[in-house]
Design a protein around this ligand. Structure first.
Ligand code: FE2
Length: 297
């Protein structure tokens, strides 16, 4: 088991975290601000889509842009914790308005290769991650103003999943849900329940008082939407991996559960857009156009 003690954890930096909940996709986007400067990062933004109408709009992203402008912040990074299958990223739209670099895990190339085939993309679709400004490897560090940040590779839900740790705040993507939500599915192409378990264990070796911020919450049992917990709480209470659940128990449970789950409503548009760093693909005449591959998933 890899131990996160090898990672450059710094619990003395306390970023200010502002959450933006998207009720259409149950996604939480974040603006993470350096307390010592005006620098900030956006984690996992959302572009709105009315899929049946083929209409894309930017209400959720505009809310984030308005917030950053009204606070007078400088956007340095647009981080994607992974290639989301349930919502479209608004990273390029926000970047165009506010600047900043778009970053994702370097295993994006695996995802691009898999779904380049599913969508029968031609050679013009690059599968080398070059659509992004920065490809993070496990342990890579970066700065947001004066704040130190680093990435932990956490495959299992998808091959390119990364948890981003910024001071005493970790953005877990779909590695973990709130303690009463458990964990995300591991049955997408390239997903693996055993790998997800190992990745979760890495996160759970971070300090107990590390703040954890979820990418999704579905309000299990009808409770209000929540997105923040701690490593200590997850270890004690997580219904899928807490209280010392073994790897074997987790794999069995996760595999059986995943077999019952429906395909996410927005998976086809999401993957086509998100594997391009949030750019909508175009047809031969340059018109924005999405494909619907039949019986390919
Ligand atoms: Fe996801």
């Amino acid at each position: 088991m890899e131990n996160t003690m090898q990672y450059p954890v710094n619990m003395n930096v306390h970023p200010e975290v502002k959450a933006f909940f998207d009720p259409q996709t149950n996604t939480i986007s974040y603006v993470v601000k350096d307390p010592g400067s005006d620098s900030c990062a956006v984690i996992d933004s959302v572009m709105d889509i009315d899929y049946s109408a083929g209409r894309i709009t930017y209400e959720h992203a505009d809310e984030i842009i308005d917030y950053i402008r009204s606070e007078g912040l400088k956007l340095e990074w647009l981080i994607e914790t992974h290639v989301h299958a349930d919502h479209l990223s608004a990273a390029p739209y926000i970047q165009e308005k506010l600047g900043g670099k778009i970053g994702i895990g370097d295993k994006i190339t695996v995802v691009q290769d898999t779904f380049g085939k599913v969508f029968n993309e031609g050679t013009e679709f690059q599968r080398d991650g070059s659509q992004f400004d920065r490809l993070f490897k496990d342990r890579d560090t970066y700065q947001i103003g004066g704040m130190p940040a680093f990435a932990i590779h956490t495959p299992g839900h998808t091959p390119a999943c990364m948890v981003h740790v910024i001071g005493d705040a970790a953005f877990v993507g779909d590695t973990l849900f709130m303690p009463d939500g458990g964990s995300a599915r591991a049955d997408f192409p390239g997903g693996d329940a055993g790998e997800l378990y190992d990745s979760i264990q890495k996160v759970l070796t971070l300090p107990d008082d590390m703040r954890l911020f979820m990418c999704h919450d579905y309000g299990p049992g009808g409770r209000d939407i929540q997105w923040e917990t701690t490593v200590g709480q997850e270890k004690a209470e997580n219904i899928h991996v807490g209280k010392g659940t073994s790897r074997e128990e987790f794999i069995k449970f996760r595999t059986e559960r995943d077999a019952t789950l429906a395909v996410p409503k927005l998976i086809l548009p999401s993957l086509q857009v998100n594997m391009r760093a949030g750019e909508v693909p175009t047809d031969k005449d340059g018109k924005p156009m999405l494909k619907l591959p039949v019986n390919a998933l």
